[in-house]
Design a protein around this ligand. Structure first.
Ligand SMILES: [Zn+2]
Length: 264
């Protein structure tokens, strides 16, 4: 018996996406993919811990995600900085961009801005249908040479990896001097101490303590900042509301989410 997912895989992705565009057509606009849409979808996993510990990047948000490219406030924040306020990064011709766990809407905009230098990476490339090519890469041993990347984006990955210091040292190794890495993770505003669970922890414990069954840790704001600094980055926490409050409101960004810009 063929599953619904298998049937979906047989339909060309462009057909699915065009269908979404037609079904969702309306007077609003996605800030990332710029598709005119009728309304936005709710996001978040809904696990109690996420609300209790006020986990930025994991909380439920209503009418948040684009029904076509699935960008939510998390992706809008990245594109906001890159497109509106990207004082620290210019999409110069030939700039080398490495995008891990490539979010659909961001992929289009970033690869469109620097088509020659853009490469998408993931530990499991077969998960992606919106991209023709995703390179296989493991954060514990990156395939790129030293000092070869100008902009590296790796959002909501570090909470999954077994060895964070090793992953960060690899990210720092491949970044060019003056390059920047955008490394977002869920941040618990109402936890006093970060939580780290062992590799053999159960999915039930992870959901109860971290808010997701495949996460290994949950950071507080300070512990994450320190982790990045310890890895040798100069870390800037960009607050879009401090920078451009009116525009950040129009873009419906999450007022609690700061963008972690890690410079080498
Ligand atoms: Zn969109």
């Amino acid at each position: 018996m063929i599953s619904k997912k298998q049937i979906g895989r047989m339909i060309p992705y462009s057909v699915i996406e065009n269908g979404r565009r037609i079904i969702n057509l309306g007077p609003n606009r996605c800030r990332v993919c710029e598709t005119p849409v009728r309304s936005f979808q709710d996001t978040g996993y809904g696990f109690e811990l996420l609300e209790k510990a006020q986990v930025v990047g994991g909380l439920r948000r209503f009418a948040d995600a684009c029904p076509v490219c699935h960008s939510s406030s998390r992706e809008r924040l990245v594109w906001f900085w890159l497109s509106q306020a990207g004082k620290g990064f210019r999409f110069a011709d030939g700039a080398a961009i490495a995008h891990f766990a490539p979010e659909k809407g961001l992929t289009r905009r970033i690869s469109g801005a620097a088509p020659r230098g853009y490469t998408a990476y993931d530990f499991e490339p077969s998960r992606y249908r919106h991209l023709e090519r995703v390179e296989k890469a493991d954060l514990s041993s990156l395939p790129m040479p030293d000092e070869s990347v100008d902009l590296l984006i790796c959002n909501h990955v570090l909470e999954h990896v077994p060895d964070v210091p090793l992953a960060l040292s690899e990210i720092r190794r491949v970044l060019r001097s003056g390059g920047v890495a955008i490394l977002q993770v869920p941040i618990a505003l109402k936890l006093d101490q970060p939580i780290e669970l062992p590799l053999d922890s159960s999915p039930e414990d992870r959901i109860a303590l971290l808010g997701q069954d495949d996460h290994l840790r949950l950071y507080t704001a300070e512990s994450y900042f320190e982790t990045l600094q310890l890895a040798g980055f100069r870390v800037e926490r960009y607050d879009p509301f401090e920078d451009q409050a009116r525009l950040a409101t129009e873009w419906r960004l999450d007022p609690y989410e700061l963008l972690h810009l890690c410079y080498k």
